[in-house]
Write a new protein. Structure first.
Length: 668
């Protein structure tokens, strides 16, 4: 069946039918030739330091109505500018696959993972320069980071002037009743997307469809990548566990339609799928929600996040007849009954929004006092100061000019999160079934979970791995648990794997696994995309099954020590103590390179810019060398780093060979 062109008179009716029938309209110009569909890019010399390795940033640009015209999104009456950053593989191989990385959120920028986990560089303490990351994933693959949906990260619809205050509340000039005045402490002026929740997508399915289209545009119009390997791997984290399985499912369906001649072959190309990797992914509410109270009471780090009464109450709220599970089922039943009936869609959204809010408040929020993303630390403690410096870096003028971006950077987009929240998307379901579908189609899936995360914890992740209704689920569930071996590296993770599914628990890692375990994360990635077993990297994964080294997951650990008061980075005041936050906002703190370095009494505050002399006020054990990288290393203010002094003395002694000279150097 072939769709007829839509006239202006019958456009609305025809467009509606195209969506229902999942057909593409006949278009006079191919996607490659259309001026209202562009890929603008520029070479970038930031971050990647390997000589000769190419890097490009830019935008996939669609004028208003393009997605509507193609039957992808009937509500797209605004321009779409999707930011991307591409890195060639460091070995410059011309047979490298492409890995596309998406962050979750919804509304979280993929640049968060680029700079904190798996990209070519880390941002230094000055928030103005970078250092090489030898555990970058582009060691083994070309990699493309995409900020989606629109209004996420550097992606935008319209660029509008405004002010972002210390509480991350954004006021655009067009929405302000007052003329722009002097900035309050902690506020920053810049350009931002419109913040209109109608100017973004609001569902998992919409993300899947629009992202497929973005990839079609990029693959056909970017033109800077040279590789004989057309395979595309997908990696995601957190909320990406909802939409990336559906993106791949939709892509495979479109490939099938293309092969059958039901998709315009002048417009679109088949996209060859490699592997799907997910890190601490939230995938299915009914499966994962019961494990929030489990993690709160029975985690392996002896960190009680609730008491027995709180645990039992949360379990009751999940199971009772009018509780969380029942509300989710009502949501899903309503979604099935509504089908494509747009007139009742808002009622479905109401039911699903109610379910999502109830489950979030009465089941998932059982834990208190610790970070949602790393239970080892209090919720307002910046344990690793350098994990946030990318925020200041990406808002430096010279960085934005080099990337070619017209808007300021924000790691998270509340407007996107709001759009998804209003539809209750989180509990509507379908991602488990999508995983089963793509796995039965031959797509390998790797699930990686840091075991200190609470937001999408490993207990719920393991439950999902057993709940995926694919044809070989019984084989996976009977597989054993074994250590992941890495030469010269202590055992840091365990894996269960059978065929094209692997589940990995990474020790002492948070929601962002690569932040604490970068080498291990890189190794898992490399073995996954090359089709090897995760445990050793020596056996083809096809037909492989882990043996029973352990009957149960073996690891239990201790929480690392942490200071009573951590660093305060002024681009993320939510991780500052109340005291330092107020001192900064009142203008009473000394700030250097966006870090508070002294309080109002001239006392040193933990920071990586001007480290303090002594380790006072630490909870737990005294810092050891193994945890210095995860906390603030306090050094001597006057003499500098003690280790540096020892190295200097040794060098001086070797060169001069004179103890008297050393004595003179130190004490005269």
């Amino acid at each position: 069946m072939t769709a007829m062109p839509c006239s202006s008179v019958y456009g609305l009716v025809c467009g509606f039918l195209l969506i229902l029938l999942n057909l593409s309209p006949v278009l006079t110009l191919s996607l490659r030739l259309r001026d209202d569909i562009r890929v603008d890019s520029k070479p970038v010399s930031l971050c990647e330091e390997t000589p000769g390795v190419e890097s490009h940033s830019g935008y996939i640009r669609l004028q208003s109505g393009v997605l509507k015209e193609y039957g992808i999104d009937s509500a797209q009456d605004y321009p779409v500018n999707i930011f991307f950053w591409y890195f060639q593989n460091r070995k410059k191989r011309t047979d490298s696959p492409l890995t596309v990385y998406f962050m979750g959120g919804p509304g979280a920028s993929s640049l968060m993972s680029l700079f904190r986990e798996n990209g070519p560089c880390r941002v230094n303490s000055d928030s103005n320069s970078t250092s090489n990351n030898r555990f970058s994933w582009n060691e083994y693959s070309d990699i493309l980071y995409i900020d989606q949906p629109v209004q996420t990260g550097f992606s935008y619809d319209f660029a509008e002037p405004g002010v972002l205050n210390a509480d991350d509340d954004l006021v655009l000039d067009s929405n302000s009743r007052e003329a722009p005045a002097g900035l309050a402490s902690g506020s920053r002026r810049g350009f931002f997307s419109s913040q209109n929740p109608r100017n973004t997508v609001n569902s998992t399915q919409a993300v899947a469809r629009s992202t497929w289209f973005f990839l079609q545009v990029w693959m056909q119009k970017f033109g800077k990548r040279e590789s004989s390997n057309n395979k595309i791997n997908f990696w995601t984290s957190s909320y990406g566990g909802h939409f990336v399985p559906k993106l791949i499912q939709y892509t495979l369906a479109q490939n099938e339609r293309h092969s059958q001649g039901k998709l315009d072959q002048e417009q679109f190309i088949p996209l060859t799928i490699g592997v799907l990797g997910m890190t601490n992914a939230c995938i299915d509410g009914p499966t994962q929600l019961p494990y929030y109270p489990e993690m709160a009471l029975k985690n392996n780090y002896s960190v009680p996040l609730t008491d027995q009464a709180g645990y039992l109450k949360a379990i009751h709220n999940f199971k009772k007849s009018d509780g969380c599970l029942a509300k989710i089922q009502a949501c899903r039943n309503a979604s099935i009954a509504a089908g494509h009936n747009l007139s009742v869609a808002s009622n479905v959204d109401d039911v699903c929004r109610d379910a999502n809010q109830y489950c979030g408040k009465h089941v998932a929020s059982v834990a208190t006092g610790r970070s949602y993303f790393d239970i080892a630390y209090p919720e307002n403690l910046l344990a690793n100061p350098l994990s946030e410096t990318y925020l200041g870096y990406l808002n430096q003028k010279h960085v934005q000019e080099a990337l070619g971006v017209p808007v300021n950077f924000s790691a998270n987009a509340p407007v996107v999160a709001q759009a998804f929240s209003l539809t209750g998307d989180n509990v509507k379901g379908g991602s488990l079934e999508a995983l089963a579908s793509i796995m039965d189609a031959g797509v390998p899936v790797t699930m990686v979970y840091g075991d200190r995360d609470f937001a999408c914890n490993w207990l719920g992740g393991e439950a999902v791995s057993h709940a995926i209704p694919f044809s070989h689920s019984h084989v996976f569930s009977s597989a054993g648990i074994t250590d992941i071996s890495l030469p010269g590296y202590p055992v840091g993770a365990q894996v269960r794997q059978a065929g094209n599914l692997s589940f990995i628990r990474v020790y002492s890692a948070s929601h962002n696994v690569g932040l604490q375990q970068p080498q291990l994360a890189q190794t898992i990635f490399q073995r996954a995309i090359t089709g090897l077993d995760i445990a050793s990297g020596t056996v083809p994964a096809s037909g492989y099954k882990t043996e029973h080294m352990y009957k149960h997951w073996e690891h239990s650990g201790e929480s690392p020590p942490f200071p009573l008061e951590g660093a305060c980075y002024t681009w993320n005041l939510g991780l500052c103590s109340d005291r330092l936050r107020m001192l900064y906002l009142e203008g009473k703190a000394l700030v250097q390179d966006y870090f508070v370095v002294e309080d109002d009494k001239g006392r040193c505050v933990p920071n990586p810019v001007r480290p303090c002399a002594r380790r006072e006020g630490w909870r737990g054990k005294e810092l050891s060398k193994t945890v210095v990288g995860v906390t603030v290393e306090r050094q001597r203010m006057v003499l500098g780093d003690l280790r540096s002094i020892v190295m200097l003395l040794t060098l001086f002694s070797a060169c001069v060979g004179c103890v008297a000279c050393l004595h003179t150097f130190l004490f005269t």
